[in-house]
Design a protein around this ligand. Structure first.
Ligand code: M6R
Length: 607
C-alpha cells in the first residue's frame, strides 16, 4: 500500500506534505514525491528510496506553492525507481495513487495508440493521461474526473492537482481509503487520519465510489453516481504523539513494550469485572444459532485465527474452518446457512481479506471482524465489530495488534461457549479471571528483554532457524518464524513439533538453531521428546518454557528463556513476547531496518 496526502493551503505546503508522508512511511517506503502548483506550473520533485532522499532533493530544488500532493510508495507495477515514483504527471495534471488499476494495460495501449507518451512502468500513469486528455479537450477538472472514474477497474485512492488551478484538488476512492480533513481556511486529503493528525482533527471518511473537490473553503463530495452527498465530519482522535517513538529505538520495540497496557485496554472492553462475565458489543442476532465458524485472515492475523480455532473448538465445541485470505475465495469454499465468517486484521484494509469478507457477505454469512482500525473498510462492513484497542501500530512487523487480537478472540471463544451452553457461569468466571491476569504475565515475560538481547548473537549468524510448538503454540511457532524472517531476513520455518519427524528433521544440524515453545502441561512431554530427537542429531535448542519446564528439560539446551507459569488459555499471548523480542534483537544485531524491512509494507491493499 502507499500513502497519499494533499493540501489546499494558505501557507507553503511542501514541508507539511513531507511531514504527512513521514507519518505514512509505514505504508510504503520505496520512493516518495511531491508536486505543488505555483504560477501556472506543476512543480514536481521525486526521489527513489526512503523519504530522506526526497528531503535532500527538496533542499536542492525547492517546490514552492500553497497547494500540493505527495506520495510514499510501496511498489506494485514497476521497480522502485525515480521515474516510477509518484506523482505522475502530464503537462496539465499530476496525481498520486494508492491501489491498483487492474485494467491499466488496455488503457495504456489505447492511450499509446492515441499518441500519448509514457515515462513510467506504473499502472497509475494511465490515470494521469486519461484525466489530462479530457482537460486538454476543454473539460473542467470536475467533468474530466467524472468522465474518467467509471473507466477504471481495481482499487484506488487518488489525489489530483491541475496546472491551471492553484485553489483546488480532486480526490476519489474505490477500494482504498481516503479521508478529507478540514482546517482553518485549508482543506486536506489523506490516506488516513494519522497523516493529517497535526493539521486537523476534523475528518470525513469518504465512502466507496465517492469523489471530492476540495478548496480552501471546504469540500464538495459526490457519490459514485455523481450526486452531491453529505458525509459526516467526525473527530479523528488521531494524535501525533501516538506515532512517535518516545524513548524507544524502534517502533517495533515500543509496540512490544506497550502490550501489557493495550491488552488490558482491549480486555477491559470485553470483560465485566463486576459479575466476571464476557460482554460483546450489542448485536441484533443470536450467536447461539451459529453452527460453524470460518476464519479468514493473512500473515500474523491468520496465526491469531489459528490459535482461535483451538479455543473455539475446545471451549465452544464449534467446528472451525480457517484459510489464508488469498486462497479462500478461489477454492470456492462451501458456506452453509448459519455460519459465522470471522475476519481478523490489524489494518482492516488488507485487500485479500476484504475481498474474502465481501465474498462471504454475498454468500449470506454473518460477518464478524476483529480489527484494530475502527474506521477501516472491514470495520464498516461488519455485522459484528470486535475492535482491538492496540492503538496505531507503525512497525511493519505486527506485535501488539497480534496479542490484542488474541485477547478479543479468547473473549469471543468464552462468549460462544456460554451461548452454546458449553461452559457454566463458574467456568466463565474462571476464564475471565485468567484473562485478567494477562497484562501482569506480559510484564513478567517482558522482564526477560535483556537476557534475550544478550543471546541474539547466538541466532544472528544462522542461515536457517526452526520454530516448534504443539497445540496453540504451533501457530506461535509459525508467528515466531514469520517475525524473524521479515525483519532479520533469516530463513525460518515453524512446525508442529510432532510433524518434525515427518521430513523437516532432515534439515537439522549444528548450524540450525531450533526454538522450542513448550509451556509445561499435558503436551509438554511429547514436545520434549521431539526436542530430544533434534538434539540427538546435533541440533541446538533454545527452550522457551516456564520454570517447571526448564527444570525438567532445560539441561543441555543452547539457551533457555523462562516464562511465567500461566493458564494454557493465556499462554499464546505470553509466549508471543519472547518470539517478538528474539526477532527484534536478532534484527538489531544484524543491523537491518527493523521498522521498515525491505520489500514489505504495513498493509497490503493489493491482491
Ligand atoms: O492488517 P492485516 O492484519 O490484515 O495484515 C495482515 C498481514 O499483512 C500482516 O499481519 C503481516 O503479515 C505482518 N507484516 C506480519 O508481521
Amino acid at each position: 500500500m502507499c500513502g497519499i496526502i494533499g493540501i489546499v493551503g494558505k501557507e507553503q505546503v511542501a514541508d507539511r506534505l513531507v511531514d504527512g508522508l513521514r507519518r505514512m512511511e509505514y505504508r510504503g517506503y520505496d520512493s516518495a514525491g511531491v508536486c505543488t502548483v505555483e504560477g501556472g506550473q506543476l512543480i514536481r520533485r521525486r526521489a527513489e528510496g526512503k523519504l530522506n532522499n526526497l528531503v535532500i532533493e527538496l533542499a536542492r530544488n525547492p517546490a514552492p506553492g500553497l497547494i500540493g500532493i505527495a506520495h510514499t510508495r510501496w511498489a506494485t507495477h514497476g521497480a522502485p525507481t525515480t521515474s516510477n515514483a509518484h506523482p505522475h504527471a502530464t503537462g496539465e495534471v499530476a496525481l498520486v495513487h494508492n491501489g491498483i488499476i487492474e485494467n491499466f494495460k488496455p488503457l495504456r495501449e489505447a492511450l499509446i495508440a492515441r499518441g500519448r507518451k509514457f515515462e513510467s512502468e506504473t499502472d497509475t500513469e494511465v490515470v494521469a493521461h486519461l484525466v489530462s486528455e479530457q482537460v486538454e479537450a476543454g473539460l473542467s477538472p470536475q467533468d474530466a474526473v467524472k468522465a474518467v472514474l467509471p473507466t477504471l477497474r481495481g482499487a484506488f485512492a487518488l489525489a489530483i492537482a491541475f496546472r491551471t488551478h492553484d485553489d483546488m484538488l480532486i480526490g476519489a476512492r474505490l477500494g482504498s481509503p481516503l479521508v478529507v480533513g478540514y482546517g482553518e481556511g485549508e482543506t486536506y486529503l489523506g490516506s488516513d487520519a494519522l497523516a493529517l493528525a497535526p493539521l486537523t482533527q476534523k475528518i470525513t471518511y469518504l465512502e466507496e465510489g465517492d469523489w471530492v473537490v476540495i478548496t480552501r473553503d471546504g469540500a464538495q463530495i459526490f457519490d459514485a453516481a455523481n450526486n452531491p452527498v453529505t458525509r459526516a465530519i467526525v473527530a479523528s482522535g488521531a494524535t501525533a504523539a501516538a506515532i512517535e517513538k518516545g524513548n524507544y529505538r524502534h517502533f517495533m520495540q515500543k509496540e512490544i513494550f506497550e502490550q501489557p497496557v493495550v491488552v488490558a485496554q482491549t480486555l477491559r472492553s470485553y470483560l465485566r469485572r463486576v459479575d466476571q462475565s464476557v460482554a460483546l458489543p450489542q448485536i441484533d442476532f443470536d450467536l447461539s444459532t451459529i453452527n460453524r465458524v470460518t476464519i479468514v485472515a493473512c500473515g500474523t492475523s491468520y496465526y491469531a485465527g489459528m490459535v482461535a480455532k483451538y479455543w473455539f473448538e475446545q471451549f465452544a465445541r464449534l467446528p472451525v474452518d480457517i484459510d489464508v485470505a488469498s486462497e479462500f475465495r478461489y477454492r470456492d469454499p462451501v458456506l452453509e446457512p448459519g455460519g459465522l465468517a470471522l475476519f481478523i486484521s490489524q489494518s482492516g484494509e488488507t485487500a485479500d481479506t476484504l475481498a474474502a469478507l465481501r465474498h462471504c457477505k454475498a454468500a449470506g454469512q454473518t460477518i464478524a471482524v476483529v480489527v484494530n482500525v475502527p474506521t477501516s473498510s472491514m470495520a464498516r462492513e461488519a455485522d459484528l465489530l470486535l475492535p482491538t484497542h492496540a492503538g496505531p501500530e507503525i512497525g511493519v512487523a505486527s506485535t501488539k495488534a497480534f496479542t490484542c487480537q488474541l485477547a478479543v478472540l479468547a473473549a469471543l471463544a468464552a462468549h460462544l461457549a456460554v451461548k452454546r451452553g458449553q461452559v457454566s457461569r463458574e467456568e466463565e468466571a474462571a476464564i475471565v479471571n485468567h484473562l485478567v491476569e494477562t497484562p501482569a504475565a506480559l510484564n513478567a515475560a517482558l522482564s526477560h528483554d535483556e537476557e534475550i538481547a544478550a543471546m541474539a548473537h547466538l541466532i544472528a549468524p544462522a542461515r536457517d532457524v526452526l520454530y516448534l510448538g504443539r497445540g496453540p503454540d504451533y501457530p506461535l511457532a509459525l508467528e515466531g518464524a514469520l517475525k524473524l524472517k521479515e525483519i532479520s531476513y533469516i530463513h525460518a520455518e515453524g512446525y508442529a513439533s510432532g510433524e518434525m519427524k515427518h521430513g523437516p528433521i532432515a534439515l537439522i544440524d549444528e548450524a540450525v538453531p531450533v526454538i522450542v515453545l513448550a509451556p509445561s502441561g499435558p503436551l509438554f512431554e511429547k514436545t520434549v521428546s521431539n526436542m530430544q530427537e533434534v538434539r540427538a542429531r546435533g541440533g541446538k535448542v533454545v527452550l522457551i518454557s516456564d520454570a517447571e519446564g526448564i527444570a525438567e528439560a532445560g539441561e543441555g539446551c543452547l539457551a533457555t528463556i523462562e516464562m511465567p507459569k500461566v493458564h494454557p488459555l493465556i499462554a499464546p499471548l505470553v509466549y508471543a513476547v519472547p518470539v517478538q523480542l528474539l526477532a527484534y534483537h536478532v534484527a538489531v544485531a544484524k543491523g537491518t531496518d527493523v521498522d521498515q524491512p525491505r520489500n514489505l509494507a504495513k498493509s497490503v491493499t493489493v491482491e
